[in-house]
Design a protein around this ligand. Sequence first.
Ligand code: BYC
Length: 353
Amino acid sequence: MTSFDSAAARSDTGAARIDSVGTRSDAGVARFDEAIARDQRIEPADDMPEGYRRTMVRQIAQHAHSEIIGMQPEGDWITRAPTLRRKAILLAKVQDEAGHGLYLYSAAETLGADRGDLTRRLIEGRQKYSSIFNYPTRSFADVGVIGWLVDGAAICNQVPLCRSSYGPYARAMIRICKEESFHQRQGYELLMTMMRGIPAQREMVQDAVDRWWWPSLMMFGPPDADSPNTAQSMAWKIKRHTNDELRQRFVDMTVPQAEALGVTLPDPDLRWNAERGHHDFGQPDWDELRRVISGDGPMNAQRLRRRREADEDGAWVREAAAAHAAASSPAVSSTSGSSPAAASTASILEGER
Ligand code: BYC
């Protein structure tokens, strides 16, 4: 068993376990299977296997957490942006990421999850977020490179998710992808501007590319042979392509952009393979990905500490909102961990870690 397998086992997503906990009627099973076979969307009120529901909550929650934690590396540069225009662009981008997190937590709620409970699972290290956000942003060129490479990788991964089988997730993804495309272009435009500047600016861009290239390739997840979840997620049409297929698509898309920009991608094995019609490229350090995912990346501790502090600082806002909701509708319960929704998240993810 690899580390990626054991990570997945802790998330309780093994197919055998999933089948044994399904609670659907035969008619419900048939309807779900037929909808998947016909490429129809599964909606919140539809019958679905418990394993499908748990997998969707796991992926959507991880995605939502990534958007929210992903505000930190770029957010670090808001007060240090070189001009008012760059500051306004960066502020808007970071705010967009918060919006993406909110759409995604809402999508998870359609499956019975509770957002406060999901946040607690993140803060306690029981749910993951993307490895990419555990690296530091050392210069303003990092802001451009995150837009170009990280949002570029996110687009490659997420455009196919617009056709994901779970309706609320697929629909959230359409808007998110539009905004990510805009982010990618603004990142590229920033880098273009820096590359037309003085040698020190060009060096900053190349240095940022050197540091972010391999972590960007890791965003797509472990190699297919090492990915415990891909086969089931493809069968359920949650994922439309494997991790390696999307990584290849990203490399093919990015190489000509790097050439136009005038930067070198730090991979000696990167070359066009006319026979395959794709670029060959080297393998990222998969041990590094394992370490970062398991909490031992350069910035993991700081990212989670800040997220915990923000959660504590915002507690009074949530309490006020819950009191207002309770006053306007006595039947609506609070957003505290003891709410029925929180209890139901626990049962969806039962057995997780
Ligand atoms: N980082 O069997 P696998 C953004 C985990 S935010 C951390 O391949 P799966 C942005 C994986 O979860 C973009 N963990 O899994 C925001 C699994 O563990 P569990 C975020 C990773 O789910 C701000 C185990 O490893 N995008 O764009 O089939 C500013 C085995 O992996 C990673 C999404 O979340 C990783 N890189 O595939 C700028 C997209 N890779 O959960 C930009 C939606 C793998 O079983 N998510 N793991 O304990 C997905 O498409 C899929 O979940 C993944 C993984 C491709 C990430």
